[in-house]
Design a protein around this ligand. Structure first.
Ligand code: SF4
Length: 489
């Protein structure tokens, strides 16, 4: 299967090698946990959300994991002299970078000489085996399937990514890809796929994966990584991780290809002093991640470590649509810490796979309609209670809740839905008829008495609400009556 032309057109590749290779093709696979792209993403979303919200084991697992994250993060936020001032500073640096992306990208790419697509780079090198560390931009362009289709063997080296690769599913969360699985489930998976003994010990499970991975590092011809930041001032990329797998991926194979979204640019090296601890704190409740690596090119004469070739692929894939939108371009400031997912009540209940997108949760709901298309993905902007927890937690101060409202407005303006318009008009008319309203309020308890007769059936006007939950009992006393009575007393 090849990368669809519209995808290859969007791919902007910039490489560090002197020669420029021709544009090539790659393969595509679905970026969600369904086997095929849903015909209608909104129908698929509602179907999966129903299943997941009814799955109490899943909800307990996720909420317990995110509860531990919240405690760890609060502890590490307290280590900043002033977390709110740090958020403001980070927002300003990203706003400056996003606002002048053209010149910073030029500055970054002046250190770089050629453009190409990843598959062609690997083909031209005559490589066979590829080891990958975590790259969500790679997920975005369905890189694994493209490479496998072209005949390459691809192994994920991040433990969470390796687990979901064995399960043949997409990452559940863009920071914690396998957070939906218990130790028992991972042990069963390893037993089935690798023939190892069952264990409940995280250390033993890690050692199993590590043993498999070591051989793959040594055999790999090409290492593919993501990148957390691209420093315009120096033309270097910064990778932050906890397992050391990215460092091995980028230094053992002869060729290293890094793939980054264009929004990863930071103006100066000194900005990392703020962004590295901020990403670790917001992302995983850590003061700093275990490994922080800066890469500025291939191995130099006299050096014993590092690849012979170093390529950087800068991915647009719809990001310039966001850049062109003055109202929403600050969504490009996202550093993919995942904090907004971790605090989102919707994410905690429907889970990551339900979104059916590379980027889940609130920020995924904001950017997916820009990276893909507004109409088929507008339902994601409604998968929010607008509680604002995402906005409050975002370390770079993106007003996510507001962007969700803007997406809703844009979708309604672009393609008005006649029955929604009619329903809102009828509602507005009804709310302006006090007498009628009072009659309806009086009749509501009566209607509720008869509701069990139709509950759960298709003729139930409350079907969507009541098929999975109890409708609260309608009060017989209205607020108006209550207030009048109180005044009398
Ligand atoms: S929007 Fe903010 S909180 Fe959400 S992933 Fe991006 S930086 Fe983190």
């Amino acid at each position: 299967m090849s990368i669809a032309p519209q995808e290859t057109e969007k791919l902007e590749a910039v490489a560090h090698t002197p020669q420029s290779a021709p544009h090539g093709s790659g393969a595509a696979h679905d970026d969600n946990f369904h086997n095929a792209p849903p015909e209608k993403p909104s129908a698929q979303f509602h179907h999966d959300a129903d299943l997941k919200t009814a799955d109490l084991r899943h909800r307990e697992l996720i909420q317990s994991a995110l509860g531990k994250y919240a405690v760890a993060r609060a502890g590490k936020q307290a280590k900043f002299q002033n977390w709110q001032a740090a958020r403001q500073a980070a927002a300003e640096v990203k706003w400056e970078a996003v606002g002048h992306l053209d010149s910073y990208l030029r500055e970054f790419s002046q250190k770089i000489e050629a453009r190409d697509y990843i598959v062609e780079i690997i083909k031209n090198a005559g490589a066979k085996r590829i080891i990958k560390s975590k790259t969500m931009t790679g997920e975005e362009i369905h890189l694994n399937a493209a490479l496998e289709k072209a005949g390459f063997e691809v192994a994920e080296s991040d433990l969470g990514e390796y687990i979901v690769q064995l399960r043949e599913e997409a990452p559940y969360h863009f920071v914690f890809p396998a957070m939906h699985l218990s130790r028992g489930e991972i042990s069963d998976l390893f037993k089935e796929k690798l023939g190892t003994a069952a264990t409940d010990s995280p250390e033993e499970l890690t050692m199993i994966a590590r043993e498999v991975m070591r051989e793959k590092y040594i055999a790999a011809d090409v290492g593919i990584s993501g990148g957390n930041f691209a420093i315009a001032e120096t033309g270097m990329i910064s990778i932050t991780e906890n397992e050391g797998n990215a460092r091995l991926t980028t230094s053992l194979p002869k060729i290293h290809i890094a793939i980054l979204g264009i929004e990863k640019v930071l103006p100066k090296m000194s900005d990392l002093a703020l962004f590295l601890p901020m990403l670790a704190t917001a992302g995983a409740g850590q003061a700093l991640t275990g490994y922080n690596t800066l890469i500025g090119g291939p191995k130099q004469p006299g050096e014993i470590d590092g690849p012979d070739e170093f390529h950087v692929v800068l991915l647009n894939n719809g990001r310039t649509n966001l850049l062109a939108d003055p109202e929403q371009r600050d969504a490009l400031s996202c550093i993919r810490c995942g904090a907004c997912l971790n605090v989102c009540p919707i994410f905690k209940n429907v889970g990551g796979h339900t979104y059916g997108t590379t980027y889940q949760g609130p920020i995924g709901s904001v950017i997916t309609p820009h990276l893909k298309e507004l109409q088929p993905w507008k339902h994601l902007s409604h998968a929010s209670s607008l509680c604002g927890a995402c906005t409050e937690t975002c370390p770079v101060k993106i007003d996510i809740a507001h962007h969700l409202l803007q997406n809703r407005r844009n979708a309604a303006q672009q393609k008005p839905v006649w029955w929604e318009k009619t329903a809102m008009k009828a509602f507005a008319w009804f709310m302006n008829q006090p007498k009628l309203y009072r009659i309806a309020v009086k009749l509501a308890p009566l209607a509720q008495m008869f509701h069990p007769l139709v509950k759960g059936s298709r003729v139930d006007p409350l079907y969507v609400w009541t098929k999975g939950r109890e409708f609260p009992k309608v009060k017989t006393q209205t607020f108006k009556d209550f207030w009048a009575k109180r005044e009398k007393q």
